[in-house]
Design a binder for this molecule. Structure first.
Ligand code: MEV
Length: 322
């Protein structure tokens, strides 16, 4: 189950999976070539693909999705478009198949569900039809799917969904490949995830930030650069296992994300609840405008933070970065 305040362990899923993610520092500015830190969460998406006699069918029971991809839809959804793109790129668009998807990442919460779904389906489809594909190619194809869902993604979500380990990420438009550095921490970093209960479309918040940046590039570039400094300082805090410093960086990042106007009333409520209950730092994660937030805390505080959030009516997860 993905509801309620449970603690979920890493490595529970078998089969073809894509990882959900949190961004610790650097969302939005990462779209403009700055650094961001992201880590996988043990909520993932698993997919199975089986050959069948006719048609391409997509089933996501948990999300109430049943789609016949081999027939044109009145209004093509981004889901329809990205799964069709995967079949085409893998060279199996003319094969009949049943695609079943089992998400544990809540949808439209900025936790990377769309990228995780693309990665899981790519893996499962490639396995079903014995198509050879490298990890890098999986990430690249998921990136093309993300462009359908998000417009101008940085590439951080598909990278995390594929590789599933903590990274420092920077998009490099000059070389088509992003800079990706693995991050290590001497001790697990306890994280409480709070869900605002308000669905969010990353495409929209990314679009709002783009409009504001176009209207006043200098002003916004300077905010992006300040966030960049926080992300780089975050690498150091993680390396030392300094939770207090990491929390401080997250708090300041939340202030700057607020300046970008991508927070929301519910996110602010959750951030305040987390801080009042002993979190060392709290901020939104992902696209914002609703969706999810994260709080960092000493391990003995996570349960009381999560239960205060639940008492206020929000769903929570407790996890850790390691
Ligand atoms: C979404 O998880 C993170 C954003 O920075 C968008 C992106 O990097 O593609 C908001």
């Amino acid at each position: 189950a993905t509801d309620g305040g449970e603690t979920v362990a890493h490595g529970e899923s078998a089969g073809d999976i894509g990882y959900g993610k949190i961004i610790l520092l650097g969302e939005h500015s990462v779209v403009y070539g700055r650094h961001a830190i992201a880590a996988p969460i043990p909520l993932d998406i698993r997919a199975e693909v089986k050959p069948q006699r006719d048609h391409i069918d997509l089933m996501i029971p948990r999300w109430g999705v049943e789609m016949r991809l081999s027939e044109p839809e009145p209004a093509i959804s981004s889901l329809h478009a990205s799964i069709s793109l995967i079949a085409e790129r893998l060279g199996v668009a003319d094969r009949a198949m049943r695609i079943e998807v089992f998400p544990r990442v809540p949808r439209a919460n900025g936790l990377g569900a769309s990228a995780a779904l693309a990665v899981a389906v790519i893996r499962a489809m490639a396995r079903c039809f014995a198509v050879e594909i490298s990890e890098r190619e999986i990430s690249n194809l998921a990136f093309d799917c993300e462009k359908i869902a998000h417009g101008t993604p940085s590439g951080i979500d598909n990278t995390l969904a594929t590789f599933g380990r903590p990274i420092l990420f920077r998009k490099d438009s000059a070389r088509a490949r992003p800079d990706i550095r693995d991050l290590a921490t001497p001790r697990p970093v306890p994280i409480v995830i709070g869900l605002s209960g308000v669905a969010t479309l990353t495409m929209q918040t990314v679009g709002h930030v783009r409009t504001a940046w176009q209207n006043n590039p200098q002003r916004y570039e300077s905010i992006f650069s300040q966030i960049d400094e926080l992300a780089l300082a975050g690498v150091e805090a993680l390396r030392k296992g300094d939770l207090a410093e990491l929390g401080e960086l997250m708090n300041i990042d939340q202030g700057l994300l607020n300046a970008l106007q991508v927070s929301s009333r519910e996110i602010e409520d959750l951030v305040q609840i987390a801080r009042r209950n002993g979190a060392l730092g709290a901020k939104l994660t992902g696209g914002g405008g609703g969706g999810a937030m994260i709080a960092v805390a000493e391990a003995d505080r996570t349960e009381s933070i999560a239960s205060a959030m639940r008492a206020a009516g929000y769903n929570t997860f407790i996890t850790e970065i390691r």
